[in-house]
Design a protein around this ligand. Structure first.
Ligand code: SF4
Length: 327
């Protein structure tokens, strides 16, 4: 992993306006992502974890502008990705790709494997020579462990793991610098998950790509990530190197999540087992610290004041009043 910054996300927000109705006030909004900032270095795996509905997938889609952010900036390779339009946006998108959770839903059932992998190449128009283009497609299939004989087959003819390999081939065919992996193995059998994770690690070594790895499986994240950000109700609650955060989780929310790993076995986050109380609605988040309604350490200040993400140890950040030194 290099020390060179590849991606910087600054104060990213995604608010969905609510219509006035029985459950909502006029002018209200669902704050799916609420003021998030982080950076990712070249070749790094930056994991984002949290319970369902915490905003991690929306964050990933906003970074790649599959969903337009409400506010904030995404700087990719020194360029303001959020400000790009038309041909410039298309060109910059060659550097950043997305792998989806459900490999079947993300593949066009009417396209052959060859056409699926060729599509990004043809849109970018980077290889004009047909022979070179076909060779590149075959090489990409080999890289992801797909038999070249599958070239003319359709997605329904493959298992879930093979479909995800097709999705990965499509993502890497333009040699991107960053891939956003949105729960890339959670729809797969446990026996296949390790193979896909190892494939992602091998490809990263070969191609020096960075990953934003969105997951609710803490065992997988421990295995693959360099750094981990923990999200809750659209906010980052804690961010640190993987070993540091697993060995010394500081935030009460992270502590609750991580303490459940051995009980759950597979490391999946289950709100019922891990934490008492329901996750509040992002349409009506609690005042002050958004975790205070479930936090065993909450005090009066927590109900009024939003804690800021602060460095509590080298490269270890936590958003909790317990770590406000001298305040
Ligand atoms: Fe708990 Fe208060 Fe820290 Fe929030 S700020 S996590 S409520 S102790």
């Amino acid at each position: 992993m290099s020390e060179k910054e590849l991606l910087r996300v600054e104060h990213l927000k995604k608010y969905y306006p609510l219509k006035k109705g029985f459950m909502s006030k006029a002018g209200g909004s669902v704050k799916a992502v609420d003021d998030i900032s982080f950076s990712v270095n070249e070749g790094e795996t930056f994991a984002v974890v949290g319970e369902s509905g915490c905003g991690k997938s929306t964050m990933g889609k906003c970074v790649i502008r599959l969903v337009e952010p409400t506010e904030g900036k995404v700087i990719l390779d020194g360029e303001d990705f959020t400000a790009l339009k038309g041909a410039d946006l298309k060109k910059a998108r060659e550097k950043m790709k997305l792998i989806f959770q459900d490999p079947y839903a993300s593949l066009n059932p009417r396209m052959t494997v060859k056409d699926i992998i060729a599509e990004p190449l043809d849109i970018a128009g980077v290889i004009k020579d047909k022979k070179q283009r076909d060779e590149h497609i075959l090489n990409t299939m080999e890289q992801v462990g797909l038999n070249k004989e599958y070239l003319s087959r359709y997605p329904h003819e493959f298992s879930g793991g093979q479909r995800q390999r097709i999705g990965i081939a499509r993502a890497i065919v333009l040699k991107p610098k960053l891939i956003i992996c949105d729960e890339p193995v959670s729809a797969l059998d446990v026996s296949i998950q390790a193979k896909i994770i190892n494939l992602l690690k091998d490809l990263q070594k070969q191609m020096k790509m960075a990953y934003i790895f969105i997951s609710h499986d803490l065992s997988v994240v421990k295995h693959i990530a360099d750094r981990v950000a923990v999200m809750y109700l659209g906010h980052i609650m804690e961010l640190a190197d993987t070993k540091e955060i697993y060995d010394h989780p500081s935030h009460p929310y992270t502590q609750a999540l991580f303490s459940a790993i051995p009980k759950i076995g597979e490391g999946r986050i289950s709100d019922k087992i891990v934490l008492s109380g329901d996750v509040p609605s992002p349409a009506d988040p609690p005042q002050g610290c958004c975790f205070h309604t479930r936090c065993p350490k909450a005090c009066e200040r927590c109900t009024k004041e939003v804690p800021q993400l602060k460095e509590i140890a080298p490269n270890h950040f936590s958003a909790c009043h317990l770590y406000d030194k001298g305040e």
